[in-house]
Write a protein that binds this ligand. Structure first.
Ligand code: F2R
Ligand code: MG
Length: 312
């Protein structure tokens, strides 16, 4: 195996297992109020004691996208809908719009039309972003193909420009973390420059400002980030927050603690943040105890291996 292949494997499994770990460890606190970083570490310990930890729609949709991309590298929206339906289990905590969209598909509305049947201007939820890690790895070395594939993957369910742009920002973050082996304010600047909506662009720029103005007090920084960047289920109020946590945390452990301390949409913010940190630092940086506690870890690890092989 070349150094390039080894690095790609570490990034792919880091990104996919990072999604799973963030989702499973963040899940019990979805909707919880913000807390301090030390208390977030206690939340992690308490949650690990309750293993096995179930995954939610975040991981189920990332797995569906990964399996789709292995067969359709440039993404075929109608076939992606089939992959989503194949994985779909109603008890995984899907967003209200996603549940109605899936019902539309089942009733025969063509997938390419259904995206605006639920929200006429399309969804700007963070669902297209939370699942996008496999694409970020698959096309880490080809930014134009990455962009085209992400837009096609997002428009199936999140046709609103902000939902799509959130997915692009998160995919670019995973791609940069994969190709550079690091993720910091330089990478955030690239992502802010590439934003196609004012909402996502302003959020990522604001995340950069907060990191550059860092005073050293992590608990105060988390509280400010949550207030300014947001912790809601909508893309522009969660993707910049997750990217902030991926930098502010400094490590996988710190990133997860920051994401949980933020409160709100903790499973999804953690899934996105730890996916980016996992791509940068590699799967070995994820504590084995965490990975082993998560439902479906072996399957996700193997899918990560196949994505790396396809990307190599
Ligand atoms: N849905 C949740 N959590 C809520 C609690 C679930 C509960 N535990 C249960 O079991 O029922 N989590 C998951 O949903 C988020 C991802 O959502 P996604 O896939 O983007 O869905 P959706 O429905 O398209 O968008 C989410 C909400 O955003 C608002 N919204 C979006 N577009 C809108 C528009 N154009 N106009 C107005 N509102 C819009 C709506 O409130 C949507 O329902 C993740 O957190 C995942 O973990
Ligand atoms: Mg969530």
């Amino acid at each position: 195996m070349t150094h390039h292949d080894t690095r790609l494997l570490a990034a792919a499994q880091g990104a996919l297992l990072g999604t799973l770990v963030g989702d499973c460890l963040g899940g019990p606190f979805e909707g919880a109020p913000a807390t301090t970083v030390p208390k977030a570490h206690q939340r992690i310990e308490r949650t690990l004691a309750q293993r096995p930890l179930p995954y939610s729609d975040d991981t189920q949709l990332a797995v569906a996208l990964a399996l789709h991309v292995l067969e359709n590298p440039d993404v075929e929206p109608a076939r992606f809908a089939e992959h989503i339906l194949r994985e779909f289990e109603p008890h995984r905590g899907y967003g209200a719009g996603m549940r109605r969209l899936i019902e539309e598909w089942r009733q025969g509305t063509p997938p390419t039309e259904a995206a605006t049947a639920v929200f006429p201007e399309g969804s700007f939820g963070n669902g297209a972003a939370m699942r996008v890690a496999p694409l970020g790895v698959r096309w880490a070395g080809a930014p134009e193909r990455l962009e085209e594939a992400v837009v096609r993957s997002a428009e199936l369910t999140h046709a609103h420009p902000v939902g799509r742009d959130g997915a692009l920002a998160q995919a670019r973050a995973v791609a940069l973390a994969t190709s550079r082996g690091r993720f910091g304010v330089d990478e955030l600047a690239v992502i802010a420059d590439g934003a196609t909506t004012a909402e996502v662009g302003a959020g990522v720029s604001d995340a950069t400002t907060l990191l550059l103005d860092w005073s050293g007090d992590q608990t105060a920084a988390v509280a400010t980030a949550g207030r300014r960047l947001g912790t809601e289920v909508v893309a522009h109020r969660s993707v910049p927050t997750a990217l902030w946590a991926a930098v502010a945390g400094g490590s996988v452990d710190g990133t997860l603690a920051c994401a949980l301390a933020l409160g709100g949409d903790t499973d999804t913010i953690a899934a996105m943040a730890v996916a980016v940190r996992g791509a940068a630092d590699g799967a070995d940086a994820l504590p084995e105890e965490w990975v082993a506690a998560c439902e479906g870890a072996d399957r996700v690890r193997e899918i990560g291996r196949r994505i790396a092989e396809a990307a190599g």
